[in-house]
Design a protein around this ligand. Structure first.
Ligand SMILES: Nc1nc2c(c(=O)[nH]1)N[C@H]1C(S)=C(S)[C@@H](COP(=O)(O)O)O[C@H]1N2
Ligand SMILES: [Mo]
Length: 246
């Protein structure tokens, strides 16, 4: 893995440094395919392995669009929201040694990590915010994934117009990335209802749709095949890329 990463990086670095030659070669199919291979390798190998850039407080976006299905309006979510999510329990189960049912107070008592990172939506907009909460790696350390576990699935409270639930998944390796966060706060305040309260994912190394809002249940599994259409996420089931590394 390390060696491939090196090749992909040095190849694209070499290409980036040869603009004039690059112009002459634009029509060259072979060269184009080398370029695309390098890009593909970068996407696949650097995408979720390197660290996303972290910004300063002054770079936080004033305007951060809301982009999702409507805030859940079912009786359970409304009841939880009205009670400031005190009765909420985040369920973490599946192939783990120590399943959990965690209140917000318990989540807030775990070590808190913060990041100021950019959210990149596949639709072409980006915005910077500060997110803080519990790293997925801490959550996995608490629960102890069993041998044979490969993926972490995130079930949420919201559904599309046809009643199909929004869900997402990461590989165990992606979930262990130091910036993969179960966010409880955005820009210093609890996550607002329309932003995914009380707990959402923030994974700055992958496209925005991976960062599931309104997470209610985290399930550690061996395979994604048995979930919905089997592609590992609501949008993935409709053809979007599962990897989605930035
Ligand atoms: N549960 C849920 N999570 C979701 C979505 C959604 O519709 N439902 N939309 C995704 C998409 S496409 C983006 S860009 C981000 C938007 O997050 P924001 O509303 O905080 O900007 O949430 C992601 N997570
Ligand atoms: Mo998005």
């Amino acid at each position: 893995m390390k060696r491939k990463l090196f090749i992909a990086t040095s190849l694209s670095a070499a290409l980036a440094g040869c603009g004039a030659v690059g112009t002459k070669l634009t029509g060259n199919q072979g060269f184009q395919s080398v370029l695309h291979t390098a890009e593909d390798l970068n996407l696949k190998l650097i995408g979720t392995h390197g660290l996303a850039h972290e910004y300063s407080l002054g770079e936080i976006s004033g305007d951060f669009p809301i982009n999702s299905f409507d805030t859940p309006s079912d009786a359970l979510y409304k009841h939880l929201a009205r009670a400031a999510f005190r009765p909420f329990r985040l369920i973490v189960d599946g192939m783990v040694d120590r399943p959990q049912r965690l209140s917000l107070a318990q989540l807030a008592a775990m070590p808190q990590a913060a990041q100021i990172t950019r959210h990149d939506c596949v639709e072409g907009w980006s915005a910077i915010a500060q997110w803080s909460g519990v790293t997925l790696s801490d959550m996995l350390a608490l629960t102890g994934p069993r041998a044979g576990a490969h993926y972490v699935v995130f079930h949420t409270f919201d559904r599309d117009a046809n009643g199909l639930p929004y869900y997402e998944s990461l590989s165990l390796a992606q979930a262990m990335h130091p910036q993969a966060l179960l966010a409880l706060r955005q820009n210093g305040a609890p996550i607002p209802a329309d932003r995914g309260a009380p707990v959402r994912l923030k994974v700055p190394t992958q496209l925005g749709y991976k960062s599931a809002k309104w997470v209610r249940h985290i399930e550690v599994v061996a395979s994604l095949d048995h979930l919905f259409a089997g592609k590992g996420g609501y949008w993935e089931d409709q053809g979007y890329e599962w990897y989605a590394g930035i």
